[in-house]
Ligand binder design. Structure first.
Ligand SMILES: C[S@@+](CC[C@H](N)C(=O)[O-])C[C@H]1O[C@@H](n2cnc3c(N)ncnc32)[C@H](O)[C@@H]1O
Length: 202
């Protein structure tokens, strides 16, 4: 029953993504998180880390409108978008040069940083957790260096031992930190999203 329902939901979001012209069902995770937590608004300057194939970029572009800007960053190529205010670059977000490279590709300071970056799943829970923490830390390092004071960070993590410690670090840097698993996220996956608002810029 559980497996069956899970597959049904998969099919549901997969079909919806196709129907609505999104590159992936992942788009609905950002849509759900955004409608619940109010992450994106008109005019935002958004950096999307781990952006391929571009489903979150599409949703972010809709929310920021013509006045905003979206930069997608991934190790893999992301097919270009036909908008002046959307750019995609290839980069490893764990590289020390990533924050500066990202800054150079933005029109001004980012107001929102999103990270749906995931390691290649090994199937070994602890290994996947550790790698996902590394990516989340890379997102936080980038936020630390370039995010506008008062800005937001949405970051994905696979649950595990180091989760609480990482959330504690986030609480030191942001006024508000909330944890959520969107409906569009598969039930049996360990992925969880952390929504941070009010970057202290310390
Ligand atoms: C789940 S996918 C993102 C899906 C995306 N949010 C969407 O809606 O299309 C995770 C992405 O993280 C990327 N990634 C993993 N490690 C990375 C790294 N060190 N630097 C940049 N991207 C990375 C992967 O290449 C992969 O494309």
């Amino acid at each position: 029953m559980g497996r069956h329902r899970h597959r049904e939901r998969h099919d549901h979001y997969y079909r919806m993504a196709k129907h609505e012209g999104y590159r992936t069902r992942a788009s609905f995770k950002l849509k759900q998180l955004n409608s619940r937590f109010g992450i994106l608004k008109r005019g935002d300057i958004v950096v999307d880390l781990g952006a391929a194939p571009g489903g979150w970029v599409q949703v972010a572009r809709e929310e920021v409108g013509d006045e905003g800007f979206v930069l997608g960053v991934d190790m893999q190529q992301v097919a270009k978008f036909p908008y002046k205010n959307v750019r995609v670059i290839v980069a490893d977000i764990t590289d020390v040069s990533a924050p500066e490279l990202i800054r150079q590709n933005l029109p001004r300071e980012p107001t929102v940083i999103l990270s749906d970056a995931s390691p290649k799943i090994s199937g070994v829970w602890n290994v996947d957790h550790f790698r996902s923490i590394e990516l989340a830390r890379a997102a936080l390092r980038i936020a630390d260096q370039i995010l506008q004071r008062g800005g937001k960070l949405l970051v994905k993590i696979f649950q595990g031992d180091m989760f609480d410690e990482f959330v504690k670090e986030l609480r030191e840097k942001f006024e508000s930190v909330k944890i959520s698993k969107p409906l569009a996220s598969r039930k049996n996956s360990a992925e969880t999203y952390i929504i941070c608002k009010g970057f202290k810029g310390l």
